[in-house]
Ligand binder design. Structure first.
Ligand code: RIB
Length: 351
């Protein structure tokens, strides 16, 4: 069952009213309601005064009353593919930051990357009467999500997308991020660069592979298919794929690994062979990680703005609630190559 997040009760049981917040902030009750709903027509200074007053008084919206007035549930459904992957922690933080400010809670489901689990969670969340859904899709095929659209359920896809689906979407510069990172490895003198990719059916994995191939083409280095291993975005998969690359007769002098968990697996495979990073094999990861600077050597990574991804997805959904017929938006956030020691460059420089 989805876990209920984002809901807190007034500790002393006394419910603070909108009128009290308005009086404390020195604004009208209408301004308080608009500010808390995230409406665009409120000056930032007033919004800040209202939020500060609400925090000071420990105001908690009367969700049942608001739900009745708004004729909409004040709960949102969120489905992610891997609750154990810390990449999604930053996303959930950003989601919660915006949804709570807007008076919404969210129910979280973990699809485990499986279409059947995702389908079950979508059905369950709809039965719960959620106001809308934010999904990191397990499938690239749109038919899985068209039924939601036909039913008029507000839907935002995040990170991975479903091909050809007309829906609000937020992701990052997957292809450009990989291209620039691999070009950085080429600039360091590497030509035999192994690629450990994600599941081939996911468009984020396809885009990252395209960035790798583009970087080689720009440098007029032929793409050697034996240097490309597809895997599963999991640590064990990253280790197995790296093992396969290291068993090649002419093994790579550098590795680009297409996500955080597989990078940890690649490190395992290299350390098991007592291969030195970067002297024997340089390593660059897609996805930064909280302990990147604790690894030895510190990890060079293509960082995604995870908190901002979550913030943007939640804002897209709240905008959809306010304007159901607004044009769909596709927001692409910038990745950033953070150069540390694992690629062999001077540690701490920004590429
Ligand atoms: O590590 C999880 C991966 O899946 C991340 O790269 C993120 O982009 C998601 O697609």
């Amino acid at each position: 069952m989805p876990a209920r997040l984002g809901r807190t009760a007034a500790p002393d049981g006394v419910r603070v009213t909108v009128r009290q917040v308005a009086s404390h902030a020195g604004v009208s009750t209408a301004t308080v309601s608009r500010a808390l709903a995230g409406s665009t027509g409120v000056a930032e200074s007033l919004r800040r005064r209202v939020l500060d007053a609400a925090a000071t008084l420990n105001y908690r919206p009367n969700r049942a009353a608001r739900s009745l007035r708004a004729r909409r549930s004040l709960t949102v459904g969120v489905v992610i593919p891997d609750i154990q992957n810390f990449f999604f922690t930053g996303i959930l933080g950003g989601l919660e930051h915006v949804l709570q400010a807007g008076g919404y809670a969210f129910l979280l489901g973990n699809s485990d990357g499986r279409a059947d689990r995702e389908r079950l969670y979508i059905e369950t969340l709809r039965e719960e009467g959620v106001a809308g859904l934010i999904i990191v899709p397990t499938q690239s095929e749109p038919h899985e999500y068209r039924e939601l659209q036909a039913a008029g359920v507000p839907l935002v896809t995040l990170d991975r997308s479903a091909n050809g689906l007309s829906v609000d979407h937020v992701t990052v510069t997957n292809r450009e991020g990989v291209r620039d990172a691999v070009r950085h490895l080429i600039a360091l003198g590497h030509e035999r660069i192994g690629f450990v990719g994600g599941p081939e059916h996911l468009n984020v994995a396809q885009d990252r592979l395209a960035g790798y191939e583009e970087a080689l083409t720009i440098a007029a280095i032929p793409v050697d298919r034996s240097l490309i291993q597809s895997s599963d975005f999991q640590q064990s998969g990253g280790r197995a794929a790296t093992d396969a690359l290291l068993r090649l007769p002419r093994s790579p002098t550098a590795l680009f690994v297409a996500n955080n968990l597989m990078t940890l697996g690649a490190f395992e495979a290299l350390h098991e062979r007592k291969l030195r990073i970067p002297d024997d094999v340089a390593v660059v990861s897609f996805d930064d990680m909280p302990w990147a600077t604790s690894l030895h050597p510190p990890l060079t990574a293509v960082a995604q703005p995870t908190f901002e991804l979550g913030v943007t997805a939640a804002q897209l959904l709240l905008d959809r609630f306010r304007e159901p017929h607004r044009p769909f938006r596709r927001v692409v956030l910038e990745t950033q190559l953070i150069v540390r020691g694992s690629c062999g460059s001077r540690a701490g420089s920004r590429a």
